[in-house]
Design a protein around this ligand. Structure first.
Ligand SMILES: C[S@@+](CC[C@H](N)C(=O)[O-])C[C@H]1O[C@@H](n2cnc3c(N)ncnc32)[C@H](O)[C@@H]1O
Length: 254
């Protein structure tokens, strides 16, 4: 199933039209390594109704898709304190949660069940290579999952896609879509996290980009942009399934 969404005009949110190339040079990793900033973006009290619905529908949709796919190993990047670990672990034989934020991973490790099929690691996505290689210690049939629009936070997406292609792992990216309802829901979410004075919204060539202050950037990719990028630089191919009103799931295999 494939459905494209163009960027719709958004009432009540001041969107600047811009071609943004390269994506940006904002150091998101510094942002997420700070306990306070990372806590706010992952705090359910900051979620707008649209974001809460996105996360609810993301879980239902992923459960259906992953039940069919039967991966041996799921690596969740941006697992934070492990709130998705138990239901994802039930869908594979080995779950590994990875996050750049040490406080979040310490919290996840404290709550972790003794069972060996759940593991947490504090590392950045840029250092995933050793985890995903086929000769590594984890089962071979692996999926690398980027939930909650995390993929739209990365700067070096070309290097990242190339690395995952070389490792031959499947990819799932659960992204916000570019519909106006979603943009309004994201705006309210980021205002709850950062206050409205620091939020900028751009109608960019690649999708709808939000920035907050000097350190945070997050883009909701247009499916056609991300599909072309992946097609041009890697062997990955697959399907995009829109879920709920607010999200698109990209499931890509090599
Ligand atoms: C899932 S993302 C949330 C994105 C946000 N919802 C948005 O609208 O863009 C946040 C989680 O990803 C983690 N994270 C961010 N950058 C990362 C990186 N480079 N490597 C691993 N984890 C990262 C953060 O520490 C945090 O726990």
């Amino acid at each position: 199933m494939y459905e494209t969404h163009s960027v719709e005009p958004v009432k009540d949110v001041d969107v600047e039209k811009r071609v943004i190339r390269p994506l940006a040079s904002t150091p998101n990793n510094d942002f997420y390594m700070s306990i306070r900033d990372s806590e706010r973006i992952m705090n359910p009290e900051c979620f707008s109704a649209e974001v809460t619905q996105f996360l609810h529908d993301e879980r239902n949709h992923l459960t259906k898709v992953l039940l069919q796919e039967q991966y041996e190993c799921i690596i969740e990047v941006g697992c934070h304190a492990g709130h998705n670990s138990e239901w994802l672990a039930a869908l594979c034989t080995q779950y590994i949660g990875v996050d750049i934020n040490k406080a979040a991973i310490d919290h996840a490790l404290q709550k972790k069940p003794r069972s060996g099929c759940i593991d947490f690691l504090c590392t950045s996505v840029e250092k995933l290579r050793s985890l995903v290689l086929p000769e590594g210690k984890y089962p071979r049939r692996k999926l690398v999952l980027f939930p909650f629009n995390l993929f739209g936070n990365f700067i070096n997406v070309v290097e990242l896609i190339e690395m995952l292609d070389m490792a031959g792992v499947d990819l799932a990216m659960s992204n916000f879509n570019t519909r106006s309802d979603t943009t309004i829901g994201r705006y309210n979410y980021y205002v709850n996290c950062f206050g409205n004075s620091s939020i900028r919204v751009y109608d960019a060539e690649q999708g709808v980009l939000f920035k907050a202050g000097q350190k945070f950037r997050s883009i909701a990719y247009k499916p056609e942009y991300l599909t072309k990028l992946v097609h041009d630089i890697s062997r990955h191919h697959g399907i995009i399934t829109p879920f709920s009103t607010y999200g698109d799931l990209f499931l890509l295999t090599t």
